[in-house]
Design a protein around this ligand. Sequence first.
Ligand code: WT7
Length: 646
Amino acid sequence: MSEKVYDVSAEWAKRAFIDQAKYREMYARSTSDPKGFWGEQAKRLDWIEPFTKVDNASFAPGNISIKWFEDGVLNVAWNCIDRHLDKRGDQTAIIWEGDDPSQSKHITYRELHDEVCKMANVLRTRNVSKGDRVTIYLPMIPEAAYAMLACARIGAIHSVVFAGFSPDSLAQRITDCKSKIVITADEGLRGGKKVPLKANVDAAIAKASGVDWVVVVKHTGAAVDMNPTRDFWYQDAAEMVTTECPCEPMSAEDPLFILYTSGSTGQPKGVLHTSGGYLVFASMTHQYVFDYHDGDIYWCTADVGWVTGHSYILYGPLANGATTLMFEGVPNYPDNSRFWNVIDKHKVNIFYTAPTAIRALMQSGDAPVKKTSRKSLRLLGSVGEPINPEAWEWYYRVIGDERCPIVDTWWQTETGGILITPLPGATKLKPGSATQPFFGVVPEIVDADGKVLEGETSGNLCIARSWPGQMRTVYGDHARFEQTYFSTYKGKYFTGDGCRRDADGYYWITGRVDDVINVSGHRMGTAEVESSLVAHDAVSEAAVVGYPHDIKGQGIYAYVTLMTGTEPSDALRKELVAWVRKDIGPIASPDLIQFAPGLPKTRSGKIMRRILRKIAEDEPGSLGDTSTLADPAVVDDLVQHRQNKK
Ligand code: WT7
């Protein structure tokens, strides 16, 4: 592992909100006096009714309860829009850059206000009110932002479903939170290719009951089927309403959104975030981690379908009155210079992306980068998966011209915002390390028995106490919340990640230690892919693991046992890949399928994934003890027929 250290430049230490001394002082205060610290931080928001209580959180078994600023009243949309209007009405809130490089527009805070009010009023005309769930299945167009903020404005709970998910995945998410309304578009557009969103919604609703209304944003103009009693065009409805809509006063602990994420077992869970603590944390991390100053142009390349898009395209930046760029397209369309051209076109100062994009672009060499200027860039960020030191160095040297610090930000859908990260004016950087905890965050590394390990060590990463952005529950299933995050190590939040702490107290995330895999920064439960595979007629059993993949970080490796009498073939392999793709979505497509006559099981019938992982990782020498298997001979066959990376 690389141990190269990059010092904080004098220039950064001077310009940044937080230098090294300030980090130490504020971190110490945040842990010794959390009430005082967070009580002050929460003043960054406008409160309709001030809170008197700061934190009220318990990680105690049987009583998991997390509340922040619980008697305060506020509105998230007000904080992201209205309160900026006096000073920044004419400032650009959102720069939208289309998939087609000739398409872009600037939306001011005043325009954002009017558009959000229209969307909110359209929802109101369909009787959407406080506490109702609204499913949003939109591409990266401004209406996605309007829809999310419109929900926040009227107190509805949004559930954004990534537009790359299949109709079945969408149906599951609509059903779980019982949405009566879905907001979608005719089609999405990515890399010049069309995505049939409205048709997907129709297919989903055929399987999910209870949807009364489908709002359709006209985007590509494609002809789509409209059900006259259920579907209506957004643009037509928006003409009938005004640009004024009052903000619903919300308790700090009223839900803001649900976001489904994969876990190690079962169906995706609805991670629930609430209003006050979430926004305090998103706003504060956005300001300090990206050192956001007035006038900066900030670009996070995530999709609003993921938590990164929620916290760091929308809520954090807008709460801070920032100019945030929203990009509809992909890094390699029309060519591999797209990101860097967009940076030059809009004079982007702060750029936040995922290691998988860096690795993919790195493959086409320096030339597509070097023909662009990028001189507006000041800070780079990374998120979603561990960044390997080679990709870090390339990002630093070639993209940032050795001028821009890189903030490698570790966090999760569940954490709401960044927990472990450098601060650009305070933290020396080590390529590949997420470095140090953010204010108020107390990481602990524990061994398999839950013993807290001190000093230089490695083990499982837990967080010892609550922070304001923490998820509050699994929607509709509080027992699952406790079971998933608080039962492995009593009294602590367990992240599911492995982690090393070095002699300088720096944290190095080593990846998931549960049955979750991270494919191109997207989270996938191996159990979900397995249940999709076994739903195919030809498949009797399946076991899925991750394996190292040069671009994606982890690839999906599936071991498949066929029904008796079914012959393995390349055609069947292709069919199974297409099957999973259609069932869950392209991000779940297996990269490699190995037909396995048998799977390694214990005598009680449990599949030994550890062994399957080692085989997929091509480390047959470290399989460990296989003598407890019901049939140790299956392992030899698996090792012999291991599938190779392409
Ligand atoms: C998992 C969470 C954070 C928003 C996007 C992903 C991995 C995330 C890093 C990082 C190493 C990282 C972890 C985590 N992860 N950021 N900087 N370094 N690993 O959110 O889909 O909830 O996934 O992503 O394994 O547990 P998510």
